[in-house]
Design a protein around this ligand. Structure first.
Ligand code: C5P
Length: 400
């Protein structure tokens, strides 16, 4: 993606260097525009060195610098796939909300047709002022995205809201807002299960598996970026992705209840969780003492979440399951497809520990038409995007 990163004059401008670097490392082209006040906090040299691209706008040594003053703002406005402003001061928000164009950044913001994203940062009193909030509402009404500031200790010594959102969240929001949407997935409500479940034997011991939830989290990101409204029901300890409504669960029963509560309002399900198939028959509320000899653990089956939701589906809802098989994976997948009444099964080959926690993965889709060409090996984020594209294409082929 070609990103213009506008940096305005707030102490959080020092964090923009980290953001610029993160985005550049993710493979984006990043061109920074500094306002005059921004250039008092951070230098063009820092930003150029981190991005490998020219830095525009104010330069403390030269005033506002422009290579070709007459058309530069239009060229930059056209070049961008997305314009992000982080940190955004009350001043730039006010200008952009009211169509003022008094320097390079505000002019580019007015001229661009690219998506715009704001990450405001300011004193709590300023952030809460009705004038700033009215400007935010107006910017949102233009279709601009906002990464709301967080709460915390501010540079002015106050505690409250107005702290620049963390850099990783801003980078994710840029990815989400700037990725071209897949029209058929736009606005779809997609429910995703991810991660392991944990079945407690007692307050200390638990039964679980080697899944981390990384693939399901990347699917949540990919469907979010494609334009879907994603709800993620997540086991395990990985952090929840930005912009995805996430419910954290521990056991298969909790995962089932969280899914059932959301299924009716969903258009589709991706069941990527590695749900424990068994749980202890009689979990103990106190830590179980060790015995001397051999001990027996009685296990009972957990609910099959995918089968339950599939059985309760409406004809307009779609259901995709996953399979992690170590042998005869395509035959097992076809059987699962029929048994659980699914639209597709995406098959992992987990021989030799492949897939679990690994960086790269391959998925082979199986539908009623049979196996489709495998996707991968790809990193999990790329694979998730391939899945979103593949499924969007399948939905387009479906008779109404
Ligand atoms: O039957 P099997 O466990 O091989 O099926 C795997 C698929 O079913 C995955 O999509 C998994 O998320 C889902 N599943 C589930 N609830 C279970 C077991 C599996 O949703 N209890």
């Amino acid at each position: 993606m070609r990103i213009i990163l506008g940096i305005t004059g707030g102490i959080a401008a020092y964090k923009s260097a980290e953001l610029a670097r993160l985005l550049a490392n993710q493979g984006h082209r990043v061109r920074c525009i500094l306002t005059e006040a921004g250039a008092r906090f951070i230098t063009p040299l820092t930003l150029t060195s981190l991005t490998g691209e020219p830095c525009y706008g104010a330069n403390p040594d030269q005033g506002e610098w422009r290579a070709s003053p007459s058309i530069e703002h239009i060229e930059l406005a056209r070049w961008a796939d997305l314009v992000a402003v982080a940190p955004a001061t009350a001043n730039i928000l006010g200008k952009a909300a009211n169509g003022l164009a008094s320097d390079l950044l505000s002019t580019v913001l007015l001229a661009t047709r690219a998506p715009v994203l704001w990450a405001p940062a300011m004193n709590t009193g300023m952030w809460e002022h009705p004038a700033v909030q009215a400007n935010m509402a107006r910017l949102r009404s233009f279709g601009h995205a906002v990464v709301d500031p967080g709460e915390g200790g501010l540079a002015c010594g106050e505690e409250g809201s107005g702290k620049l959102a963390d850099v990783a969240s801003i980078a994710e929001a840029i990815q989400a807002h700037g990725t071209p949407k897949l029209p058929i997935l736009r606005g779809q409500r997609v429910l995703i299960t991810a991660g392991p479940t944990r079945e407690d034997l007692d307050p200390v011991r638990t039964l679980t598996n080697r899944s981390t939830g990384a693939m399901g989290i990347e699917l949540a990101r990919a469907f979010r970026d494609a334009g879907a409204r994603v709800q993620l029901v997540l086991g395990g300890d990985l952090p929840a992705p930005w912009g995805v409504e996430t419910v954290r669960v521990r056991s298969a029963q909790q995962m089932l209840e969280a899914c059932e509560a959301r299924w009716a309002e969903s258009d589709g399900l991706l069941a990527a969780a590695a749900v424990a198939d068994q749980r202890p028959g009689t979990p103990s509320s106190e830590k179980v003492k060790k015995g001397d000899g051999a001990e027996t653990l009685v296990l009972v089956r957990t609910p099959d979440i995918l089968a339950r939701l599939s059985a309760a589906r409406r004809p307009d809802q779609w259901v995709i399951g996953f399979a992690a098989e170590s042998e005869k994976h395509l035959e097992h997948a076809s059987a699962k497809l029929k048994k659980k009444g699914l639209d597709a099964v995406l098959v992992n080959d987990v021989q030799d520990g492949r897939a679990f926690g690994a960086q790269a993965n391959t998925l082979t889709p199986v539908t009623a038409q049979g196996p489709h060409p495998p996707m991968g090996p790809l990193s999990k984020d790329q694979l998730a995007r391939a899945v979103a594209q593949w499924w969007a294409h399948q939905l387009e082929l479906r008779p109404d």
